[in-house]
Design a protein around this ligand. Sequence first.
Ligand SMILES: NC(=O)c1ccc[n+]([C@@H]2O[C@H](COP(=O)([O-])OP(=O)(O)OC[C@H]3O[C@@H](n4cnc5c(N)ncnc54)[C@H](O)[C@@H]3O)[C@@H](O)[C@H]2O)c1
Ligand SMILES: O=C(O)C(=O)C[C@@H](O)[C@H](O)[C@H](O)COP(=O)(O)O
Ligand SMILES: [Zn+2]
Length: 372
Amino acid sequence: MRVAGEQPYDVVVGRHLLGELPAMLGDRVRRVLVVHPAALAATAEVVHEDLKASGYEAFVAEVPDAEEAKTAQVAAFLWGVLGQADFTRSDAIVTVGGGATTDLGGFVAATWLRGIRVVHVPTTLLAMVDAAVGGKTGINTAEGKNLVGSFHPPAGVLCDLAALESLGRWDFVAGMAEVVKTGFIADERILELVEENADVLGAWGTRPTTDATWAVVAELVERSIAVKARVVGEDLKESGLREILNYGHTLGHAVELTERYQWRHGAAVSVGMVFAAELSRLAGKLDDAVVERHRAILGSLGLPLTYRGDRWEQLLSAMRRDKKSRGDLLRFVVLDDVARPTRLEGPDPTLLAAAYAEIAAEAPVGRGPVTL
Ligand SMILES: NC(=O)c1ccc[n+]([C@@H]2O[C@H](COP(=O)([O-])OP(=O)(O)OC[C@H]3O[C@@H](n4cnc5c(N)ncnc54)[C@H](O)[C@@H]3O)[C@@H](O)[C@H]2O)c1
Ligand SMILES: O=C(O)C(=O)C[C@@H](O)[C@H](O)[C@H](O)COP(=O)(O)O
Ligand SMILES: [Zn+2]
């Protein structure tokens, strides 16, 4: 799939794709830094050896797992590695990992010498369908999620579906939240596919994956990437259309911060989408049936639908730092219907509180498997 823009690039979905890496890196690259978390050390070493065999001067850097990687300290560590190895503007980074790794590696590529090439090799469902595509890079600060970053499109993305074989159930399910998001904002066929296959998708990794399930996963990945490619191809820097990809994220990111990143991103986005759907309904835009479809689909995958009722003020305060806010104006992506996203600007505080009341859990929810 081709992503349009000033520097168009390919997103390749398939199996055993590492042979495509040199072509994506391009002719001028001499040095390559492979960035990965510990869980992907073996894959990163294969990439490292392949690159050396292809004539590159290749290095590897292991970074912390998950959100622990998305800090200024870890970015500074990688800047140090690049500096020590004399990386120039014609050199490149390859990321091998989930969305946290692609966000971090993309950010370091965007900032080193004001921008070097990066190729992403996403290894989670979430990173394949969302994080690795579109050039949004970022790290967190104490005040919130992705508050520092830049738009820096990759030179290419290699989605090797074989990587999903080792992905744990709840990491796969968390990725499904972004797939479902894509369905609600742009492609109803995605929702139908999830509805038809929720039992096997929600049980990922607990039983052997049949060829039929792989075919469904491949179609979901391709459809989700197609939506993202179309949107970011039109609006890389989020001046309008791209905001729809943030459906469910205004509250979702606030939940992640409140939980000190102990919830998976996809789990927080799941709760955030139910909130956004309720907000859409209370604003008179969305039918009850579509709101209930959110709960049915996300719930059938095992994703959370509620969040603790005693955290509203904290969440509201975190939402003020959302990137869609303008001054004191809170802005939300909401739905008029399936595949008809729109914006709600400066909703009345009582409307927001009423939407939150619809998703608030009476007692604090436990640290369940998807959230952890
Ligand atoms: N830039 C964007 O457009 C964008 C879009 C969506 C999400 N994100 C970001 O992506 C991050 C979430 O990404 P994620 O869900 O991939 O989380 P993640 O990167 O934390 O990976 C989840 C876990 O899976 C492990 N893992 C990765 N690949 C594996 C494999 N093949 N087999 C076994 N284990 C594997 C990781 O080590 C980690 O423990 C968040 O930081 C979110 O903000 C960014
Ligand atoms: O690509 C985008 O644009 C998105 O909003 C995709 C989201 O799934 C992703 O989580 C993104 O990182 C959120 O961006 P942010 O600007 O709200 O931090
Ligand atoms: Zn997201």
